[in-house]
Structure formats: structure tokens, C-alpha cells
Design a protein around this ligand. Structure first.
Ligand code: SF4
Length: 104
């Protein structure tokens, strides 16, 4: 393999890897968090804050939801947005989990 061909090959491989990585990040960011996800279950996540188990989480209030949580990364107009607690998966704006922290 000549030096030029090797250089072209390496540039092509690097570009392909970068594109693959970007698409995987985008796909992961777009993934929706399911209530049945083991981590979601562990933190009591519900896509509808009014469906939270009041016996298990007595301090929960219906006014608490992802859109009022410090960790929520969605835009105000979006129905869902990424949450770092769940690896960037999409959580419902009206959702809730026990890691809720009041937005400052
Ligand atoms: Fe929603 Fe906050 Fe729990 Fe994330 S940490 S799921 S934004 S309540």
C-alpha cells in the first residue's frame, strides 16, 4: 500500500468512525425511557406524575414533574427531553422519578 493510499484509507476510516459515533449518540439521545426499564423502576419513574405510587413516595406532589426538575434537559415546548440520570434517554415532560430536584 502506498503512502497516499494508506493516508486516504486512514482518513476514510477516521471519518467513518466519527460518523458512526455521532449516529450512535443521536440514537441513544432519542431513545425513550420506558417505565419498565430496570433503572426507571428502581427510581419509581412514571411518564405521568399523577400515576406515582403515593404510598411508596409520600413526599411526591403532583406539581413535581420533569419539566420542573433541575436535571431535565428538554426545551419548554418539547413533550420529552433527555435526563442524565437515565443516560440521556428521553423522559416525559410530565414524568417524575425519585431523583427529582426542584429547578433553581
Ligand atoms: Fe424527571 Fe428529574 Fe427524574 Fe430526570 S431526574 S426523570 S428529569 S424527575
Amino acid at each position: 500500500m502506498s503512502v497516499v493510499n494508506r493516508r486516504t484509507f486512514m482518513i476514510t476510516v477516521a471519518a467513518s468512525c466519527a460518523a458512526l459515533g455521532a449516529s450512535q449518540v443521536a440514537a441513544q439521545a432519542a431513545a425513550k425511557l420506558e417505565e419498565s426499564d430496570p433503572q426507571a423502576t428502581a427510581l419509581g419513574y412514571k411518564a405521568d406524575t399523577t400515576k406515582v405510587d403515593a404510598k411508596k413516595y409520600p413526599n411526591h406532589q403532583n406539581a413535581q414533574n420533569c419539566s420542573t426538575c433541575q436535571l431535565y434537559q428538554g426545551k419548554p415546548a418539547d413533550a420529552a427531553g433527555p435526563c442524565p440520570i437515565f443516560g440521556g434517554k428521553q423522559v416525559a415532560k410530565q414524568g417524575w422519578c425519585s431523583a427529582w430536584v426542584k429547578k433553581a
